[in-house]
Design a protein around this ligand. Structure first.
Ligand code: ADP
Ligand code: MG
Length: 386
């Protein structure tokens, strides 16, 4: 069993680990931290919840050591939520250093972000759009960046951010370290690695096991009109105190939130129609356990790290099996157990089969049943696997 010091971190960096109660490195941390500290380019993948954030945040703190005039580390992430989460992790872990950070993301004014930039920062955590914006307006100086991190690289690609990222990378110093984290090593991700990395070392953990381990997954076949009643029933019967409900659209999220409130269950919604400030406040209150149900679209499917989430409910299934894995990964964080319920609507059987193929096991009760009487599938209560 290794400890953080053996990975090459100094006591100063390691001191903050006690306060966050990281007793020992996770596997991905044990494998990547020494490589990053040695200045290598790294291409890493590991399942969600495996501690990838600290795997790059800790070496950044160690490598930068003390304050300097210009920013030296740049972390690019696909969403605002993720940017805030990475920065929060950085603030906690960099507590004993004097390093400063800024988070650049859109949907909010420039004032605060540029103020921080002007005062001087060592680390920039940014979403691609706002980063490029700040760069083109000459609000940010990237001429001294030593280390570039692309977190959730596959998602950055999926979301079409590569053109913006390319423009930013083009202006970074050539003499730099480039580290990528990605859920998959698909050809487009490998292509980016090929373009921007020099002799990268590949680290891949648990590739077979794409789903987080300790999550009890159940599926319910239910008609659209019966979903609200089933949702209420599940929340009440299981006395859920921290549940994340996913819907397909923003309108559905609002609808579900209203129905829950009608039934005296405290619920809040987050999606892209809600202002950034409001989203942050809602997340902070949810994190503190001030209300039990958070209803969200896929904005919350990745990266959101709230260890207390005990249940994820897919009110609507996501469009892709990969998103299913990301969504349910919001529960069962850092070795805890979690439960994921999914509502399977009409015509979604093949999607369910694809999900089962991806996670390598059956979770749908009907998967083991040859013939299902259509009338029985309408039943409100759904069916659990025995
Ligand atoms: P990922 O990016 O791989 O999905 P995160 O970096 O968000 O995962 O980490 C998941 C959770 O694990 C967080 O709550 C984080 O604080 C916790 N964590 C990370 N590293 C450790 C560690 N070494 N020991 C204990 N908990 C850890
Ligand atoms: Mg992550």
């Amino acid at each position: 069993m290794t400890n953080f010091i053996e990975l090459g971190l100094t006591k100063l960096t390691a001191a903050a680990l006690e306060e966050v109660a990281y007793l020992e490195p996770t596997e991905i941390q044990a494998k990547t931290i020494p490589l990053i500290l040695a200045g290598q380019d790294v291409m890493a993948s590991a399942q969600t919840g495996s501690g990838k954030t600290a795997a790059f945040v800790l070496p950044i703190i160690e490598l930068l050591k003390a304050r300097d005039k210009q920013p030296r580390a740049l972390v690019v992430v696909p969403t605002r939520e993720l940017a805030l989460q990475v920065e929060e992790q950085f603030k906690k872990l960099a507590k004993h250093s004097r390093l400063r950070s800024v988070t650049l993301y859109g949907g909010t004014g420039y004032h605060r972000q540029t103020n921080l930039l002007q005062r001087g920062v060592d680390v920039i955590v940014a979403t691609p759009g706002r980063l490029l914006d700040c760069f083109e307006r000459k609000l940010v100086d990237l001429s001294a960046i030593q280390i570039l991190i692309l977190d959730e690289a596959d998602r950055l690609l999926d979301m079409g951010f590569m053109p913006q990222i390319r423009r930013v990378i083009a202006s970074l110093p050539k003499e730099r370290q480039t580290v990528m984290f990605s859920a998959t090593f698909d050809p487009p991700v490998l292509q980016i690695a090929k373009e921007y990395q020099v002799n990268p070392t590949t680290v891949r953990i648990n590739t077979k096991q794409v789903e987080p381990t300790d999550i009890d997954q159940r599926m319910y076949h239910v008609n659209e009109f019966a979903k609200d009643a089933l949702l209420l029933k599940l929340i009440r019967e299981n006395e859920m105190s921290s549940v994340l409900v996913f819907t397909k659209t923003r309108r559905k999220a609002t609808w579900v939130t209203d129905r829950l409130r009608d039934s005296n269950i405290q619920a809040e919604e987050i999606h892209s129609d809600i202002s950034q400030g409001q989203r942050e406040r809602t997340l902070a209150r949810y994190r503190e356990g001030l209300f039990p149900v958070l209803v969200a679209t896929d904005v919350a499917a990745r990266g959101l790290d709230i260890p207390s989430i005990s249940h994820v409910i897919n009110y609507d299934l996501p469009e892709s099996p990969a998103d299913y894995v990301h969504r349910i990964g919001r529960t069962g964080r850092a070795g805890r157990s979690g439960v994921a319920f999914s509502f399977v609507g009409e015509g979604q059987k093949s999607l369910v089969r694809d999900i089962e193929r991806l996670i390598g096991r059956t979770v749908d009760p009907e998967s083991n049943v040859r013939r299902v009487l259509p009338a029985r599938r309408m039943k409100l209560s759904g069916r659990r696997r025995p």
